[in-house]
Design a protein. Structure first.
Length: 134
């Protein structure tokens, strides 16, 4: 919250993940992403006006893709909220699930959480309003 206040933000939604924190200021149409890499923190501010879309993507372990059996959620390696910008081909990825940080039983919950954020953020893109209905 202190980092958000330093940028004049008032968060209407936030999510704490093992290596990242995201905070949404719906009124100002800003998304703050704080990442932790080892013991170093970095923050990134994303204006919703510069965003084309939000999507959820999944990656799977290589040994899963080589076998003929159907893929199960236990086979997932990571789940990301992917931010596609209007002006750049660079994608911003927020990791909601990493099998090294979570037990596979938490996978469905984290997928639902990533999809919740995708839906909320895409609605803000569509209607341009800062109100979040829960």
């Amino acid at each position: 919250r202190a980092e958000g206040r330093n940028h004049g933000l008032s968060f209407s939604g936030q999510q704490i993940l093992p290596d990242q924190i995201i905070g949404l200021d719906g009124r100002n149409r800003k998304l703050m992403i704080i990442k932790k890499d080892k013991e170093v923190y970095s923050s990134q501010m994303v204006s919703l006006d510069d965003i084309n879309s939000f999507n959820v993507s999944r990656s799977y372990r290589m040994n899963t893709l080589k076998r003929l059996k159907p893929i199960k959620h236990e086979d997932s390696e990571k789940v990301f909220l992917v931010i596609e910008r209007k002006t750049s081909d660079d994608l911003v990825r927020i990791c909601f699930y990493d099998y090294t940080n979570y037990h596979h039983s938490e996978y469905p919950t984290m997928v639902r959480t990533a999809n919740y954020w995708k839906d909320v953020l895409n609605k803000l893109l569509i209607n341009g309003k800062g109100n979040i209905k829960k």
